[in-house]
Design a protein around this ligand. Structure first.
Ligand code: SF4
Length: 578
């Protein structure tokens, strides 16, 4: 028998949450459904998916005939380092790469990787089996998705739960493949084509039951546009909720919601929210600039509809997580900041912004496109956790934004996110907006440019990351919370002075106290009662005594827990009149 080993290294979140290697599982399950393959080949009992020391992984690979790697941005460098060693140790072993990071144009990719023998493009299940059967990796698009056995129902992962009991194993759910859109920065359409093919709902339901039997906590649904098939997707959600009610599992369901969200999608999301399975509804906008949307071949919903949709979401008590990408071609620093601020003025949203990464199989990765928009990139180090370090190609300038402007846009975006969305200045802004008619942009620009000591120290601490091209770290490294919490009282004192120097208001001391207590403060033991001479709820001079309650959010040193709770607005105390 010839030995086959598959690898699909996953990101480990918070040192314990990890996704089962679904794509490699699909490839194995299909190959093992073919008798002639089973007669000749033996798959290793486990797909390698937990990043580990190189030698620990390589020592488990004995006399390999083929080692296959599923590669994407987060694991390409790590996979390369393992593959190279295997080839050194076993010269006759065939190294095969598949996955979204395998470019259509192979030449350069293969030249840099002399240890790779074969590349599999696009969907891998049938191509990999064809390679085993007749050394031919080509295959047309898979139309009958149900001809591919489910790796969950085939039992491939059954023994993983006891073997990897140090980890919380989560699952990917794929209910369809394909995306009808062709955004130029994305490789999804390119990989799976634009026509959407579906898996049968009976199979999906069985997979969902398997998830709950195996106590899967989180389901990540990979559909490009969940909710696009109204009745079918609602049925899937109803099934998920009913198995959760019966068995307690899964806890949560995350997906990519259909791009142009509508009432149906809000209803489906609202069902999940009521079942405590969804914290926020994701809404991918990427940009609000019409020129940008034309350049990237994307059509978002009209702005009016967006505002209406956000209002409807608020009525359903749904918070929305908007996804934006900084530096798409056509975006300027001015349009980015203006649109970001306008969006943030909606109360029930949080904005996640990402650097623009060049994906190998996207239109944005093509020479003509890069030339047309004068796109300049740098390689930026990324640390995905669990030992998966990688480099991404980040767009740092285009014909519409210089690198300097790009850095300025990032700094101000980070500032808005930290001070407003995370809550440090939220109530002060609300007050200044009502009393002084200051827009979100005007207020935060005023503070940003104030040269307040603490603010300046925070901004300086972020500039270093930008200057070293560490864009992902810039946005996701949360050490700034540590800096600010160490001098929180001083930070608010400085603000008080700044406000008093520039505006006339008798009760700024009280406003700052109100903000400092309402935004969870680990030096305060909640609940706490406090008397104010000004009522910040109805903006009247009247004495009130308020009770602030908060259940606590753990240690501020645990930045991740602090931020994830901040992102769901749990930093706010409950405040009531007494
Ligand atoms: S970004 Fe989303 S909508 Fe656009 S092509 Fe990719 S998956 Fe489809």
């Amino acid at each position: 028998m010839k030995n086959i080993y598959l690898c699909q290294f996953s990101i480990i979140n918070e040192q314990k949450f990890v996704l089962l290697p679904y794509s490699a599982g699909m490839i194995q399950a299909y190959a093992q459904s073919i008798d002639s393959i089973n007669r000749e080949y033996q798959f290793h009992s486990d797909i390698f998916f937990i990043p580990d020391k190189k030698k620990n992984i390589i020592n488990q690979i004995i006399n390999p005939h083929i080692v296959g790697f599923g590669v994407y941005i987060w694991n390409l460098d790590f996979s390369d380092s393992i593959a190279k060693e295997i080839k050194k140790k076993y010269k006759d072993c065939l190294i095969v790469y598949g996955g979204p990071q395998v470019p259509e144009d192979e030449e350069d990719f293969l030249r840099k990787r002399p240890w790779v023998d074969k590349l599999i493009h696009k969907e891998g299940e049938i191509s990999f089996s064809n390679f085993l059967l007749n050394d031919d990796c080509n295959h047309e698009r898979i139309r009958e998705l149900d001809s591919l056995p489910s790796p969950y129902l085939s039992g491939i992962f059954n023994h993983y739960f006891s073997k990897y009991d140090n980890y919380v194993l989560n699952a990917i759910l794929e209910t369809n493949r394909g995306c009808p859109y062709k955004c130029t920065f994305c490789d999804w359409g390119g990989i799976t084509y634009s026509k959407v093919h579906k898996f049968d709902t009976d199979r999906i339901f069985k997979e969902l039951e398997w998830f709950s039997e195996n106590k899967i906590e989180h389901i990540t649904c990979t559909d490009a546009n969940f909710g696009i098939f109204k009745e079918r997707d609602e049925k899937i959600v109803d099934k998920i909720i009913s198995i959760k009610e019966e068995t307690g599992y899964p806890f949560a369901f995350n997906t990519n919601w259909a791009k142009n969200s509508n009432e149906n999608i809000l209803n489906i999301a609202s069902k999940l929210k009521k079942a405590s399975m969804l914290r926020k509804m994701g809404l991918s906008l990427q940009s609000l600039n019409l020129d940008v949307l034309t350049n990237v071949k994307r059509k978002n919903m009209e702005l009016n509809n967006l505002t209406l949709m956000l209002k409807k979401a608020r009525k359903k008590d749904l918070e929305v997580m908007v996804e934006m990408i900084l530096n798409l071609p056509g975006e300027t620093k001015e349009t980015w900041i203006e649109n970001y601020c306008n969006l943030l003025a909606n109360d029930n949203i949080f904005i996640d912004s990402y650097p623009l990464t060049v994906l190998k199989n996207s239109e944005l990765g093509k020479k003509e496109y890069i030339k047309k928009y004068n796109i300049k990139t740098v390689k930026s180090k990324t640390n995905y956790g669990g030992g998966l370090k990688s480099k991404e190609e980040i767009v740092v300038s285009t014909e519409n934004m210089t690198k300097k402007e790009y850095h300025e846009a990032w700094l101000f975006t980070w500032f808005l996110r930290s001070m407003h969305s995370n809550g440090y200045l939220y109530f002060i802004y609300k007050f200044m907006n009502i009393e002084y008619n200051m827009s979100i942009r005007k207020f935060y620009e005023f503070i940003f440019e104030s040269k307040n000591n603490t603010i300046e120290m925070l901004i300086d601490s972020r500039k270093d990351l930008l200057e070293n091209n560490l864009y992902n770290d810039f946005y996701y490294n949360n050490d700034w919370i540590y800096l600010i919490e160490k001098r929180r009282n001083l930070f608010y004192e400085e603000l008080k002075i700044l406000l008093k120097q520039n505006f006339e208001f008798e009760y700024f001391d009280e406003l700052i106290d109100f903000q400092n207590i309402s935004f969870y403060n680990d030096k305060i033991s909640y609940p706490i009662r406090k008397k104010f001479d000004y009522n910040f709820f109805n903006h009247r001079k009247e004495p009130v005594t308020l009770k602030f309650t908060h259940g606590g959010i753990g240690s501020h040193e645990n930045f991740k827990s602090f931020l994830s709770l901040s992102r769901s607005h749990n930093w706010k105390c409950e405040v009531e009149y007494t």
